[in-house]
Structure formats: C-alpha cells, structure tokens
Design a protein around this ligand. Sequence first.
Ligand code: ZN
Length: 159
Amino acid sequence: MAVLKILKDGDELLRKKSREVTEITPRVLTLLDDMKDTLHKANGAGLAAPQVGVLRRIVLIEVEDGKLYEMINPEIIERSEELQHELEGCLSIPGRWGYTERPKTVTVRAMDRNGKYYTLTGTDLLARAICHETDHLDGILYSDHARMLSKKEADELFG
Ligand code: ZN
C-alpha cells in the first residue's frame, strides 16, 4: 500500500475522460488500496483515480468515517429534481471552496472490488460527493460550475 501523489488543477490529466474498467485485475485492487491510503492521508471525503494520474473509472467516497465506498465504473442513474446549494472543495484545488448546485439525492450504480454491481442512494453530502467524484471521470472539476469563494470570504468562514 502506498500514498500516491494528488494532481493539482492545471494538470492536463485532470481534464481527460477516464476509461471503463473491464476486468478486476491485481493492478486495480492495488490501485483501490493505494487510493484509500491517499484519501485517508489527505483527510478527504472522496478521491477519483484521475486525481492520482490513472485514467480509469474508479472513485472512493468516505463522507462518514469508516464507511468507505469503492465504486468501479460508477454511473448516476437517478437524480432528484430537488437541488442543494452547498460548499464544496477538492483535494486537487487545495485551499479553495465554492458553492455548487447539485441534486439533493442521487442514486449511483457501480461495481465493487469483487466485480459485483450494487446501487447506492445518497442524500446531501453523500450526493454531492457522488456527483463531484463521478464528474472527475469526465474531466470536470467543481470549480467549472461553482461560485468560488474569494480569499476574504473563505477566511471569514473558516478563520
Ligand atoms: Zn475533486
């Protein structure tokens, strides 16, 4: 297991479309383990494979400590009409935050590390994380559509 380097905004790999995983190989399992170490070290809520320079459709989400979701080939299959407007950040855009508009609830279908598909419905923070991380797989960063906080606003909110 290893902590990987997280690419920062400006790196062109973050703008590429990631490819589907067709087979759960030992390499995929190692990547999942390394991404978990990297996510925990960075104290983040989610991490997508392209953020560590691997253009594969894999994301990890842990918005609740100890409850880690591994998602291979995730696809959002349902979005609520009700929206939420909340603050978001990204490990690839350190020190910045912005308000995004996201569905309040989404349902995602993804494969786990055993190659089994499952569906997960998330609300509020979990829904935001699912949208944010799956966007990474298509080269989209939240700052593309967020109202980013100025430094002054961020200082006032976070001290
Ligand atoms: Zn991100």
